[in-house]
Design a protein around this ligand. Structure first.
Ligand code: CMC
Length: 376
């Protein structure tokens, strides 16, 4: 019996959404290269592209964005749930809990094409508002709904920070939303697919995806990579830290390695140059110098095994330059990836995807009697 540990090389669906060439380091959404999309498109356009299959016309975009913006307003029961959590609650847990709360109204959800297309902009609107609310809650600040604006990134940042940010910060946020919007079927998307394959509702399925995203081997890696840089402290400490922790201590270098890429993750260089162009003070430039040195050491050591830096290596520094604390990093990933989760769930269920019900090979005891005191 062949068991694929970690489902390696197991194909669970056909997809027209995202293409990855792990040998050449190519990533495309619906045929468009990630560099082109990150440079030229808004997150709303990319979300529409992934969910509907084509880039929107001007009218389609206005209508889609209008529905997203209507859902920037949160029902009071969701705000109450967020408020009930402690201020120092993990921000991703707040996001996940809010999604579970939304699902309480979804008993009659059906996975028709019409229903998923109608739900998608509502969920994207709610996601931005929930995360802005969760962030402000963590800072002890009053909730501030995202204002309607010319971009999702700008509305989200304005709601989070309580002021309209500079243009270059909005552009960076937009780019990061695009870069993280989808990546085929990693653990979180697979979790969403498993939940939706049972015909559960979309909000619950996203809560399942968030649970799988959290760990440091997946979405939590940006935070873990960033914490390495702060632990190192100064660029001149990097070699010693690497030798002690990675070579002798045999710890994993966080932000390195990938199940699919055997070369550089194409998103990494975009995050790296974003971080370099946004770094505004000595502290941020210092983090970059540490990361660059660690990148060189990591590539020297691990590239012979096909292990290279991934998207999470520099994204944390970029998030920090945008203005967010490390406790927000995984949630910022979740906000973007919500678009990909929706697109993949819709594609799977609409294409007749069956309930995901794998098997396990039984290797335990043969039949046996209950111990005497339990037997009747
Ligand atoms: N540092 C050191 N060694 C590594 C690393 C790393 N970051 N990644 C893999 N390896 C080694 C591992 O020790 C193993 O060596 P050996 O064959 O000698 O036992 C070999 O490479 C294969 O590792 P694996 O864990 O079986 O590979 P995988 O495909 O199951 O894991 C991974 C992929 C991403 C979980 C892993 O590379 C990792 O733990 N990386 C660090 C965490 C990280 O950066 N995750 C973000 C992934 S990309 C974005 C996302 O999905 O969120």
């Amino acid at each position: 019996m062949n068991i694929s540990n970690g489902l390696e090389d197991v194909y669970i669906k056909n997809t027209s959404i995202t293409f990855i060439d792990g040998e050449k380091g190519i990533l495309r959404y619906r045929g468009y290269d990630i560099h082109e999309l990150a440079e030229n498109c808004t997150f709303e356009e990319v979300a529409y592209l992934m969910i509907f299959g084509e880039l929107p016309s001007r009218n389609e975009l206005v209508s889609f964005s209008g529905t997203v913006q209507k859902s920037f307003s949160l029902p009071s029961y969701v705000l109450n749930v967020i408020d009930a959590l402690p201020q120092d609650a993990d921000i991703l847990s707040v996001f996940e809990t809010a999604f579970a709360a939304f699902s309480s109204e979804e008993r009659n959800f059906s996975w028709s094409r019409e229903a998923t297309l109608a739900k998608a902009p509502e969920i994207l609107g709610h996601a931005a508002a929930v995360l802005a609310a969760a962030y402000r809650h963590s800072q002890g600040l009053k909730y501030n709904p995202p204002p309607a604006s010319d971009s999702y990134a700008k509305s989200f940042l304005s709601a989070s920070f309580g002021a309209v940010p500079e243009r270059k910060i909005v552009d960076a946020m937009n780019r990061s939303l695009v870069l993280y919007a989808d990546h085929e079927v990693p653990a979180s998307t697979t979790a969403a697919l498993v939940a939706s394959s049972t015909l559960s509702d979309m909000y619950s399925s996203i809560a399942a995806a968030v649970a799988a995203l959290r760990g440091p081997l997946h979405g939590g890696a940006a935070e873990a990579a960033y914490r390495q840089f702060t632990e190192i402290g100064r660029a001149e400490n990097t070699d010693e830290w690497f030798s002690k922790n990675i070579i002798q201590g045999k710890k994993r270098l966080m932000g390195f390695g990938h199940r699919v890429y055997r070369t550089y993750d194409p998103r990494m260089a975009i995050f790296k140059s974003m971080a370099a162009s946004l770094a505004k003070d000595e502290e941020e430039r210092n983090l970059l110098r540490i990361a660059e040195r660690l990148e060189r050491l990591g590539v020297e050591k691990f590239s012979p095994k096909g292990i290279y830096p991934n998207t999470d290596f520099y994204s944390g520094i970029a998030f920090r330059c945008i203005g967010f604390p490390v406790t927000m990093f995984t949630s910022l990933f979740a906000l973007s990836r919500t678009a990909g989760w929706i697109a993949h769930m819709s594609e799977y269920v609409e294409n007749g995807g069956r309930i995901m019900r794998p098997r396990a090979v039984y290797i335990g005891h043969g039949p046996r009697e209950l111990p005497g005191e339990k037997a009747r």
